[in-house]
Design a protein. Sequence first.
Lengths: 177, 165
Amino acid sequence: MNRRWLLFIPLAGFLVLAVMLWVGLGKDPSSRDSALIDQPMPEFSLTALDDPTVTIERSDLLGHVTLVNVWGSWCPTCKDEMPQLLALRKAGVRILGVDYKDTRVDARDFLNRFGNPFELSAFDPDGTLGLDLGVYGAPESFIIDAQGIVRYHHTGYIKPDDVKDTILPEIQSWSSS
Amino acid sequence: MVLFLRLGLILTLALATLSARAAIEVHTFDDPALEARYTRLIDELRCPKCQNESISASNSMISKDMRAQVATLLAQGRSDDAVKAYMVKRFGDYVLYDPRLEARTWLLWGGPLLGLLLGGVIIWRVVRARRQSAPGQLSAPERARLEALLAAHDEPSRSREHPND
């Protein structure tokens, strides 16, 4: 019996490894799946950005699909993301803005200059909700369904193409289910 | 002049290391055992913002927050595993430098052992195959052929020993 083909096993193993490493090279190392996908949105209680006496809680999100956007006036890419968020709001998406590690004055100034896409704006100066969401840099966005379950996670800024290609389809798919 | 430049450079570099060190804040614990656990935990947790840095080494905003959170959780009396689970729940398995053994990671942990076993089996089979085909184990027809070859080889070589004869 000719068993020379056995000699090719190491070559096959090498090829498999090479393909896996090659695919790994093409991946964006800063983008990572959130540990919260299909988990309930964490409980939170934060004050509203424009009114310290008003609190915003997890229960305020229930009943609608919501895009949660973690941002800060100190973050330059958040500025670039604003037109996309405004477009989403125009398309009827409800957006909760979480002002992360910021001051109220700077944040309000930022929204006055670049527009305010947020139906709800929560103020998170210590990053407590950010930590519970596993946010490690702004901007980051999450889609929460009407039952308060995290369904989608977007690391980094929402590019103009992402609005139609990923965010709106995701919002629609969770709205209909 | 050169001496002054050198001194200035040394001083600048020394000051630079000072400021770099000062940026990593220190969490103080009353209990040295708690402090030891804290120091070990922040070495075992990986900064999610960075590619390959523990939260003890990284100066990023998120690492600072995570260090503070580790200190708070330890002060609350949580176990090391509970602190790790807390971080994994938020940031995923990425934050663990030591991946846990579970259904998804068995290949990661078992892969080297599997490779060792496979290599061992291959070596064992090769050695066994060699031993079986060792000299002296020729079959009868092979032996006859070998003797015929040796005999045929002997004749001409002897005649070449004294070419002038």
